[in-house]
Ligand binder design. Structure first.
Ligand SMILES: NC(=O)c1ccc[n+]([C@@H]2O[C@H](COP(=O)([O-])OP(=O)(O)OC[C@H]3O[C@@H](n4cnc5c(N)ncnc54)[C@H](O)[C@@H]3O)[C@@H](O)[C@H]2O)c1
Length: 255
């Protein structure tokens, strides 16, 4: 593959890459010549993805991390820097998502609300904070927050989730302002409902049919549909694009 996007040997740290969309992103980075770091709270799944990449002849590293823990995030960043000496790209993909139980907001227990905000929002703050210094030193960096089109649609029955994904848009804009002078861009991708190998309750078959009917491109969304946007925002080609949100949902919602 030609290095059209200039991603060869870029070190891309992807949180929550042990399964689902994060795994697809890791494969896409490897295909583009970058080195994906598979960081996940599930060490076994992270190792499986790293093994999969190695079996394809791609360099990789699996790291167990809880993005909601400052200590754990510091350890993750230190391990990547120790092994590769740089972190060029951070994809804040880890979230409490496929395990969520849909329910009216009055029924969400406070401890569940707090954990979702801790992982989905504070986690992005902690990981971004820990990679900012090495990116600033390098004078180049890409931070990509994975939000969700679910918040712009105002989907019900997982208020902690939609709230957490909306928070990432404020984080994207303010962080972009602070890091722009250092050659670091900060953007957000808003995926639509995307089928992965992981089953979940968050989109019922009826809801999926309704989404399909509303999409300008009326077909199922696959993880590959998101990779073009991800690689673009990771590349030199997007060097003057920052503080932006890119919705990738087949034209269901228009921001
Ligand atoms: N799949 C979709 O339809 C869709 C749509 C919009 C947005 N998104 C977003 O895309 C991202 C990935 O979605 P997915 O479908 O692959 O989700 P998923 O639930 O299948 O995967 C999430 C991954 O994050 C990891 N994780 C959870 N808590 C963690 C923590 N504290 N520290 C580190 N890792 C942790 C999990 O172990 C898992 O591997 C999420 O941010 C999700 O909100 C997904």
């Amino acid at each position: 593959m030609s290095d059209f996007l200039g991603l060869k040997d870029r070190v891309a740290l992807i949180t929550g890459a042990g399964q689902g969309l994060g795994r697809a992103y890791a494969l896409a980075y490897a295909q583009a010549g970058a080195v994906p770091i598979i960081a996940d709270i599930d060490a076994k799944k992270a190792a499986t993805v790293a093994d999969e990449l190695r079996s394809l002849g791609k360099d990789s590293l699996a790291i167990e991390v809880d993005v909601a823990s400052e200590h754990s995030v510091a350890d993750m960043t230190a391990r990547v820097l120790d092994r590769f000496g740089r972190i060029d790209i951070l994809v804040n993909n880890a979230a409490i998502f496929s395990t969520l139980k849909m329910r009216p907001f009055e029924e969400i227990p406070l401890d569940e609300w707090r954990r979702v905000i801790d992982v989905n929002v504070t986690g992005c703050f902690l990981t971004s904070k820990s990679v900012a210094a090495p990116m600033r030193e390098a004078g180049w960096g890409r931070v990509i927050h994975i939000s969700s089109a679910a918040w712009s649609m105002g989907r019900g029955n997982y208020l902690h989730y939609t709230t957490s994904k909306a928070a990432l848009l404020g984080m994207t804009r303010s962080m972009a302002r602070e890091l722009g002078t250092h050659g670091i861009t900060v953007n957000a991708i808003l995926p639509g409902a995307t089928h992965t190998e992981v089953s979940r309750e968050t989109v019922s078959p009826d809801q999926m049919n309704a989404f399909l009917a509303q999409r300008s491109i009326p077909r199922l969304e696959t993880p590959d549909d998101l990779c073009g946007a991800l690689l673009f925002l990771s590349s030199d080609a997007s060097g003057f694009v920052t503080g932006q949100t890119l919705t990738v949902d087949g034209g269901l919602s228009y921001e």
